[in-house]
Write a protein that binds this ligand. Structure first.
Ligand code: HEC
Length: 110
């Protein structure tokens, strides 16, 4: 019993340290699965009216998160005019974390 609690704790800590790299990988899949590319593109794939290639430099992780969880609020806040506007996504927290981790890595090389 105690042993299983200890090993669960060890596993949890282990996962936490590798979370970023794994999250980014999962976020890349989610970007496709959630059809973000209907309105956004990465490396020329998807809707090039909404390029995401430099979003990791342009926005802070908190701002990226806010777009995903409160697209309507951010559309109003930033006076975004592109149509169709981004709809609210209701995703599990892990999925939002993964998308934020992935998008934060997107920085154009200068
Ligand atoms: C129906 C179209 C649509 C879909 C689908 C969509 N978005 Fe958006 N998104 C927009 C529009 C419009 C904006 C406003 C900025 C612009 O004009 O690109 C935006 C803005 C953003 C921004 C801020 C970009 C910036 O440069 O300031 C992020 C981050 C973002 N979306 C992430 C996502 C993610 C992640 C998904 C999928 C889960 C997604 N979007 C799906 C339409 C969409």
């Amino acid at each position: 019993m105690i042993r299983s609690i200890v090993s669960a704790a060890v596993l949890t800590i282990g996962f936490a340290t590798v979370a970023t790299a794994q999250d980014a990988k999962k976020g890349e899949q989610l970007f496709t699965e959630q059809k973000c590319s209907l309105c956004h593109s990465i490396a020329g794939k998807g809707n090039t009216k909404g390029p995401m290639d430099d979003v990791g430099r342009k926005l802070k992780p908190e701002e990226i998160r806010e777009w995903i969880v409160d697209a309507k609020g951010m559309t109003a806040k930033t006076n975004a005019e592109r149509k169709p506007e981004m709809k609210a996504f209701t995703l599990p927290k892990e999925d939002v974390d993964a998308l934020v981790a992935y998008l934060s890595t997107l920085k154009k090389k200068k």
